[in-house]
Design a protein around this ligand. Structure first.
Ligand code: ATP
Ligand code: AH0
Length: 380
């Protein structure tokens, strides 16, 4: 079956789209990537989304317009990537997270915009969307959802692996070697690139959106006391299951970091924020994974940050730090691929969440399915 996966994450940089061919046993699918692209959001739409993520109030009218604009952008991304890969049978669309409240003594709440019904209507392809809410209703975090896909696609016969996504937020999936019988682990490790991106935009007066390869940060000096001060944030001490977002590590937190680093050169701020990401990952492995893995497989945009990668390798001397691309799964497309697989699982009646990761009290079918009328197909 040919499936499109669509995802836009906490960096809000654009829509990751992937076309995959899925074959074999639905529970242990064989996935071949046929195309992977990122389609940038129009600048005004990105600005609106970032404002809402930052807590800007919206009228219902504005919410409706934003939801439609995001759905249209996702549908256009699907139409573009499908061009040379028809027929497409199914779309799995994560949408755009604009609000995420982890559960406490009350249920969590999460909101992804980009209505699946509109994507189905525009593309003529059955679409699964709104993946997180079923897990949330069962007391879970609704995140991270990619770990079971990592288990299915990246487990190794003899080596323990940790798959580390470094997007806006970072998250890990621990995959014990398949010759062991342990359960899996996974959680959000904390900020990935989000603080770095905010710092770069601030330091470059909006000229740049990110620090390519970590080149700017690599010229700076790390101030360990400052990094330790930031690592005292309660999120880093919290026991999994745990998830986070721009609500905790967004503009307000960045302003605090900026104030803490007052007087330091720009490159030092970037080096310190990079070290925060790196040490939050390393310390969370030491605290919460059953043991350190033999391999860390990086994915997401942060996997292109050579400075960050080298810092991570330095702090994990007995572990090989690689990318998922190095073991055959494209590091930039992996999350989009994951939502194609989650949609495929939904259609086959296969549970998509891992309760030991999300904290839900049960397994759940994830996603709402939106069908299309028989002859309305555009890319089917
Ligand atoms: N060449 C590069 N060098 C350094 N950093 C990069 C590079 N390319 C991308 N990035 C970083 O990766 C970020 C985008 O990563 P990605 O697309 O994985 O995030 P996301 O999917 O939005 O987030 P999340 O996984 O939290 O939902 C950019 O904002 C930038 O900080
Ligand atoms: C609520 C939400 O959108 N969470 C994202 C975010 O981005 C990274 C991290 O925080 C992860 O928990 C999740 O995305 C990935 C795709 C996941 O669910 O596995």
């Amino acid at each position: 079956m040919r499936v499109i996966g669509l995802m836009s994450g906490t960096s809000v940089d654009g829509i990751d789209a992937a076309v995959v061919e899925i074959t074999g046993d639905p529970a242990r699918p064989q996935v071949t990537l046929l195309a992977g692209e990122t389609y940038d959001y129009p600048a005004d739409l990105r600005a609106q989304i970032l404002a809402v993520c930052g807590g800007a109030a919206l009228s219902m009218q504005q919410l409706a317009q934003l939801d439609e604009a995001i759905a249209q952008a996702f549908a256009q991304a699907a139409l573009k990537i499908a061009q040379d890969h028809r027929p497409i049978t199914l779309i799995g669309s994560h949408g755009q997270t604009v609000f995420h409240r982890p559960p406490t003594d009350q249920l969590g709440y999460t909101m992804q915009l980009g209505r699946g019904d509109l994507i189905a209507a525009v593309t003529g392809v059955e679409t699964v969307s709104n993946f997180r809410v079923a897990d949330i209703a069962l007391g879970g975090h609704g995140a991270p959802l990619v770990p079971p896909v990592d288990v299915a696609l990246l487990s190794h016969p003899t080596d323990d692996r940790a798959v580390q996504n470094i997007g806006g937020i970072g998250n890990v999936a621990f995959l014990p070697a398949t010759n062991r019988t342990e359960t899996f682990a996974g959680f959000d490790t904390g900020p990935g690139n989000v603080l770095l991106d905010l710092a770069v935009a601030h330091l470059s007066q909006g000229e740049k959106t990110y620090d390519a390869d970590g080149a700017w940060a690599s010229q700076g000096q790390i101030h360990p006391n400052l990094v330790q001060q930031w690592l005292a944030h309660p999120y880093f001490q919290q026991t999994p299951p745990k998830s986070t977002g721009r609500e905790l590590f967004g503009v307000d937190y960045f302003q605090q970091c900026l104030a803490d680093a007052a007087g330091l050169p720009a490159a030092d701020l970037l080096a310190c924020l990079t070290e925060l990401t790196v040490l939050s990952i390393v310390q969370s492995y030491q605290q919460w994974l059953p043991r350190l893995p033999q391999q860390v497989l990086l994915c997401g945009g942060g996997s292109h940050n050579g400075y960050l990668r080298s810092r991570l390798q330095q702090h994990l001397p007995t572990t090989r730090v690689l990318t998922t691309t190095a073991v055959g799964l494209d590091a930039d497309s992996k999350e989009a691929i994951a939502f194609a697989v989650l949609a495929y699982w939904r259609k086959h009646g296969i549970y998509g969440n891992l309760p030991q990761v999300t904290g839900a009290r049960e397994f759940a079918l994830l996603g709402e399915i939106y069908g299309v009328a028989g002859n309305s197909a555009v890319i089917a």
